[in-house]
Ligand binder design. Structure first.
Ligand SMILES: [Zn+2]
Length: 206
């Protein structure tokens, strides 16, 4: 009796790490509380592939909001990186870009909404680049904290556009929220309001 009970316990323990991993994977892929992820999964869109870590066999795709480094999206491009932004943010960015372009400044979005695994991938890459988790955290937020994952942030490019946004973005409610990221904008005030001072960096801000 005692013996067979113990072997049952051992078997249960052996299974547990796998079960936990599977549950954790399911939660991170579909479990965001804002409902945006749920909507995309519900329409049969990105499913299994986005539950996988990024590997050569499961690379980042447009469905992750992926924008290759050095590239930019037109502000009205119909891709998940833009379509899964907060609609008010996307509208404000389009309006601001139209105003900038009327003044001869071209605006692209170098990053918008990102899947959680995309954000994790960026954070891991930043740890490699900056040499420590502490330094990486100044530049790349975790998947749980990133305003890109919730669809509440855009990175604008290129330099002239970021400069234009720093001067006129607040007319559209858009504010630079991290002092060290000249390109990162969020809806932070009413149109025409005064932007609050940015947080020092992603490690300080939330
Ligand atoms: Zn950003």
């Amino acid at each position: 009796m005692v013996r067979s009970r113990r072997s049952t316990v051992v078997a249960a323990l052996a299974v547990t790490p796998l079960a936990v991993a599977v549950l954790a994977g399911a939660c991170t892929a579909g479990g965001s509380a804002d409902g945006k992820s749920g909507r995309a999964h519900g329409d049969g869109g990105p499913g299994a592939a986005q539950r996988m870590p990024v590997t050569r066999l499961t690379p980042l795709t447009e469905a992750d909001g992926y924008v290759p480094e050095g590239e930019g999206l037109e502000v009205s491009a119909e891709v998940p990186a833009l379509e899964r932004l907060d609609p008010e943010l996307w509208a404000a960015v389009r309006e601001a870009a139209a105003a900038a372009e009327a003044e001869g400044v071209e605006v692209v979005v170098t990053s918008g909404w990102r899947s959680e695994r995309y954000q994790r991938f960026l954070l891991e890459a930043a740890v490699t680049t900056y040499g420590s988790e502490e330094e990486a955290a100044r530049w790349v937020a975790t998947a749980e904290e990133s305003s890109h994952v919730t669809g509440d942030a855009v990175d604008v490019g290129y330099t002239d556009a970021a400069d234009w946004f720093s001067r006129f973005g607040s007319e559209f409610g858009l504010c630079q929220t991290y002092a060290n990221e000249l390109w990162h904008y969020e809806l932070a005030v009413e149109p025409g309001g005064e932007c609050p001072p940015p947080a020092t960096d992603a490690a300080e801000g939330s």
